[in-house]
Design a binder for this molecule. Sequence first.
Ligand code: PGA
Length: 265
Amino acid sequence: MSLANSGIMYLMAKSILVANWKNHPSSIDEVRILLSQMAKKGVLYKKLSLFIAPPLPYFESVKTRAKTFSSLASQDIFVAPGASSYTSQVTPDILKSFGVKLSIIGHSERRALGESSVDVSKKVRAAISAGIIALVCVGESSRDKDGLYYETLRDQIKASLADLNDKKDVAKVMVAYEPVWAIGKGAEAIDPTDLSQSVIFIRKVLTDMFGRELAQKVSILYGGSVDASNAPTLVEKTGIKGFLVGRASLKAKDFRPIAEALIAK
Ligand code: PGA
């Protein structure tokens, strides 16, 4: 196993917590405050694999101020369609040069902008080729009582992971189950029983695609309105390996109890 691969495997062995800052905080001064508050609990965060995915202009600040207790992550990855120049885009090589260890790929807010599962599958391959963990987001927009949303989930997983060159690369992929209806302001996190069923279903789809042994290596995270109040129950009662957190990752006092819930597992 190469050194890069063993580093990835090490990061995937512990409980996983991913802070998806999206387009926040609104200034670099707020970033500095948030990071210095988080650093006070650095010892706690080191007990898990914490990834921080900030807006790109904050990369250097996060890299410098949070390097002792977290790894840098990106909220997307760009795959150039050809050898040319692409104003505004950031390639896997650039991310890699910053020490990015994980890329969030196919977040529902990017899919809403037109990103398809085919695009996602190319990005997954690009991330893995660059030695970056691909955190693939999947999730239904709404639920129906007949359970047809499971079909959506299956289709998304199959199409998003269709482009893996080598099936063994599935061990460098994580899946974030993020039902769209559970994300963002005003939404509520999923019921733990429903989450358990979705985790079992996702594992079954992965098993059908890659076989049991490889499918077991894929960490399944949950995202969508995770906060201090629901994190302990979601950790305890479902088969998840960690969380992808939006709003609650923007305040140190809201984020810390989520980490504690994962550590207590
Ligand atoms: P939320 O966002 O925690 O604010 O619901 C999660 C996400 O979009 O990844």
